[in-house]
Design a protein. Structure first.
Length: 163
């Protein structure tokens, strides 16, 4: 599970492989790891992607919501995601209107340095924390239990109550 030409991918593999809970697997021969997250706030799939050129090194980390957005709720969920994107410091939420998938994305790019375990940890922790915090709100809006502005208001506290 290595890519000799991509040191960033090697760093990512070295970060996740010892952590058995993540259950990492490489996507074909690409510098991408599929990962399973199972934590306090839920379970979902993740992707860790390494990009490396002569000019830069980049890691992108995605958490993927464990459900699809209902067709009739896409606009409401998109509004909720836009509202929370305006208030988060690192990363963002995305809604793919074709696949109806919600993803949380964080990343880091360096020019001269290498991506190391400290940077990877920050990218992953920020991502997992954001998805964990807002997943219940995304579910509530997707199920029609909350309007986007109501969910945004509830999400302003550290540990929101989505019920």
């Amino acid at each position: 599970m290595t890519n000799k030409e991509n040191r960033t991918f090697e760093e990512i593999v070295n970060f996740f492989v010892p952590e058995e809970d993540w259950n990492p697997s490489q996507v074909e021969d690409k510098p991408i790891l599929n990962l399973d997250y199972d934590g306090r706030d839920g379970q979902w799939k993740c992707l860790a992607i390494a990009e490396e050129t002569i000019s830069f090194k980049k890691m992108i980390f995605y958490s993927i919501a464990p459900f699809y957005i209902q067709q009739n709720r896409q606009q409401d969920v998109a509004e909720f995601l836009h509202r929370i994107n305006c208030s988060i410091d690192v990363g963002n939420f995305e809604l793919n209107f074709d696949t109806k998938e919600v993803r949380c994305r964080t990343s880091v790019e360096v020019i001269k340095d290498s991506i190391n375990s400290n940077l990877i940890y920050c990218v992953v922790e920020n991502n997992i924390d954001m998805m964990g915090k807002y997943l219940g709100g995304i579910i509530a809006v997707n199920e029609g239990r909350l309007l986007p502005e109501e969910a945004e208001e509830r999400g302003r506290v550290e540990y929101p109550n989505w019920e």
